[in-house]
Write a protein that binds this ligand. Sequence first.
Ligand code: SME
Length: 173
Amino acid sequence: MSYTAPDTAGLDPAALYDTLVAQAAGLLSGERDPWANTANVAALVFALLPGLNWAGFYFLRGGELVVGPFQGKPACVRIALGRGVCGTAAAGRSTVVVPDVHAFPGHIACDAASNSEIVVPILDGGRLVGVLDLDSPATGRFGDVDAAGLEHLASLLAAGCDWTKAGIDGYGS
Ligand code: SME
């Protein structure tokens, strides 16, 4: 497969997310392996969305979040539920948008370049799989359109992977 990025110049943010979700659906088509699909989606997000310095996944394994496929600098490996932005989104099972990470109590700094962050839980029915985490060097980079678009992407991934193959809590083996 040779991937060619679509021309996204001139798209408004909502249309850009429509393109991102359509491209992700194409990548997931015919493939349900969680590691393969989340690796490709991390690369897709990083390639298509402007202004990011980190994009990737943490998965619920052994009672804590463990880093999964991502693009960006090496990151902290384990995050307890309820800790940091990722652990807060995972524990609350809801999206957390942080306009200024330096003002978020307990923020875990992995890349000193990060100034804003969005974390979206991946929920398969009622079960927490993990989170999708995006960081930006720009303050206030993420808003409602990002939350809606990334939640759409997360639901596509939740339904499009066979999580029993990933050693994720609650999925048996
Ligand atoms: N900042 C996150 C940690 C993960 S890195 O951003 C990749 C947090 O506070 O949970």
